[in-house]
Ligand binder design. Structure first.
Ligand code: NAD
Ligand code: IPM
Ligand code: MN
Length: 336
């Protein structure tokens, strides 16, 4: 077997700053893994005119896993070719449909499973002759079933509770979503299922998130609820994600964006990117021991060297350096 290869996409804004820390940590805990850097987003538009150049996509397709920083740059917000299009194309091309967004802190331990390659993000859109602008939310039942089954399996491995979030009181797609969940449920008798409307789900998350175990929901609801869940556990600087397909490489990236307001100052919190690296070690490379060691090191670093978003003064590099020191001390981590 050839050595595993990780494609690192540093992205835009604060992306390269946090991606550098991820690279240094990955080199330490998985020295046999080849790391190949490629462009995506605004950086790729500037270099090639395309937010997902063919070379990047080719490299990602052939990789063991993709480790991605955030994309996005205010300069392109109103452009026809935008950084975010590269990300959406990558997710679709790799069929990374199951987006796992864990939020853990104190008595809160929620796993949001967000459908990632359907819904409003990928339905037909455009402008009608009369000037009306439209986006459409479209789902095929098979797209719903596969992500729902994943969520059931994940709930089985946790506390056995699954909350399906929808807007079935208004949307056709949500009524179909709810039907599919109910059809799949008998295959998982050990999982307790409930349906919650998305507006109430947001409120329940805000006031009593500890009631949730696994939440499964469609693409846009999951986007919004996962930022809320991140806020409950200390902010966007902490929240990782894993986007998995049924075969082929997963994409591992922070929930946060390119943070243009703090980019270039060396103060972005690298924890979300490093926790995404831990998810990559676990789900992308099958190395749970290294993943746990990295998670422990990140927890220790957040306590000892908090960055400004957490009320501290540590720089991106200082937090990253502390993580690597912890890893070097951890007997369970592989020797550097
Ligand atoms: P954002 O997540 O970039 O920033 C929101 C707030 O959180 C800002 O105040 C920012 O400083 C803070 N923040 C984010 N990450 C942080 C970190 N690591 N450490 C400390 N503070 C952090 O969201 P936004 O401002 O709405 O979006 C900016 C750009 O990012 C947009 O172009 C958007 O499209 C893009 N974006 C990309 C991704 C992605 O690539 N997966 C995700 C979200 C947003
Ligand atoms: C995220 C981001 C992306 C999304 C954007 C940048 C396309 O907000 O990963 O949460 O909406 O999926
Ligand atoms: Mn988002």
């Amino acid at each position: 077997m050839p050595d595993p290869r990780v494609v690192l996409l540093p992205g835009d804004g604060a992306g390269p700053e946090v991606a550098e820390q991820a690279r240094l940590v990955l080199e330490l805990v998985a020295p046999d893994v080849e790391i190949e850097e490629q462009l995506i987003g605004a950086a790729a538009i500037r270099a090639t005119g395309d937010p997902l150049p063919a070379e990047t996509l080719e490299a990602c397709r052939g990789a063991s896993a993709v480790l991605k920083g955030p994309v996005g740059d205010p300069e392109f917000d109103a452009a026809d070719v935008r950084p975010e299009q590269g990300l959406l194309r990558l997710r679709a091309a790799l069929d990374a449909y199951a987006n796992l967004r864990p939020a853990v802190s104190g008595d809160i331990d929620v796993l949001i499973v967000r459908e990632l390659v359907g819904g409003l993000y990928f339905g037909s859109s455009g402008v009608r002759d009369d000037g009306t602008v439209f986006d459409t939310c479209e789902y095929h039942p098979n797209q719903v079933e596969r992500v729902v089954r994943r969520a059931f399996v994940l709930a089985q491995g946790r506390r056995g509770h699954l909350t399906s979030v929808d807007k079935a009181n208004v949307l056709e797609t949500s009524r179909m979503w709810r039907r599919v969940v109910n059809e799949v449920a008998p295959d998982f008798p050990d999982v307790q299922v409930e349906h919650v409307l998305v507006d109430n789900a947001a409120m329940q998350l805000a006031i009593a998130a500890q009631q949730f175990d696994v939440i499964v929901t469609e693409n846009m609801f999951g986007d919004i609820l996962s930022d809320l869940a991140a806020a409950l556990t200390g902010g966007l600087g902490l929240a990782p994600s894993a986007s998995l397909s049924d075969s082929g490489p997963g994409i591992f990236e922070p929930v946060h964006g390119s943070a243009p307001d703090i980019a270039g100052r060396g103060i972005a919190n690298p924890a979300a990117m490093l926790r995404s690296t831990a998810l990559l070690l676990e789900h992308g490379l099958g190395r749970p021991a290294e993943a746990r060691a990295l998670e422990r090191a990140v927890d220790a670093a957040l306590a000892a060297r908090p960055t400004p978003d957490l009320g501290g003064t540590a720089t991106t590099g200082e937090l990253g350096a502390f993580v690597r020191e912890q890893l070097a001390l951890d007997p369970a981590a592989p020797a550097p």
